[in-house]
Design a binder for this molecule. Sequence first.
Ligand SMILES: Cc1cc2nc3c(=O)[nH]c(=O)nc-3n(C[C@H](O)[C@H](O)[C@H](O)COP(=O)(O)O)c2cc1C
Length: 192
Amino acid sequence: MTQILIINGSPRLRGNSAYISKLLKQGFDEANFTSKILVLDKLSINPCKACDSCIRSGNLKCIQKDDMLPLYSDIQDSSCIIFVSPIYWFSVSAQTKLFMDRLYAFHTKEGFKLSEKIMAGVLVYGDEDVVQSGGINAVRSMQDTFSYCKARFKKIIFGTAMDPEDVKQNYQFIDRVGKFNEELIAEIKSSS
Ligand SMILES: Cc1cc2nc3c(=O)[nH]c(=O)nc-3n(C[C@H](O)[C@H](O)[C@H](O)COP(=O)(O)O)c2cc1C
């Protein structure tokens, strides 16, 4: 079964990332794919302690008994992971960064056990463009993360929306989200 994880890194329950996450899920539902939205702000995810016990144990487990623990198997079983994050202080939100740091637990004695996934990102910022907003830093960080994870397909889109649900009025951005959704569906179909 194809599992798609949509990781919403915004604390706003009716924010732009939430709206985009729901649009993506709707597209996947219509294509008969199983997808799940994770609202990181509702979860208790601690920062990585850099204790390296994940590497020593080699069983994809972290010693921290928080809400990240059950997510490791979901991440492992998924074929597509999409990060939807607001830009905070010229990078991804703290919630998104904590989640990304905890992917460190995929390091094992045999190497990094998170590869061949479809990995994608949607970045939302208040400023006019991707450079001025600092979105460019998050694009670079995600690109490097996806490459490090040896993703077999990577795609990142971005756009402007400041206040909750402003994105609904940014028709070009909504159009990009629709095309991005279609591209991901085509990619998932071609690989399943
Ligand atoms: C703490 C904080 C920091 C922010 N930093 C930036 C920034 O560096 N660049 C920017 O363009 N917008 C910044 N914004 C605006 C948000 O990116 C914008 O409101 C976005 O729509 C939030 O997405 P959301 O509705 O999904 O939460 C910031 C907002 C907050 C609350």
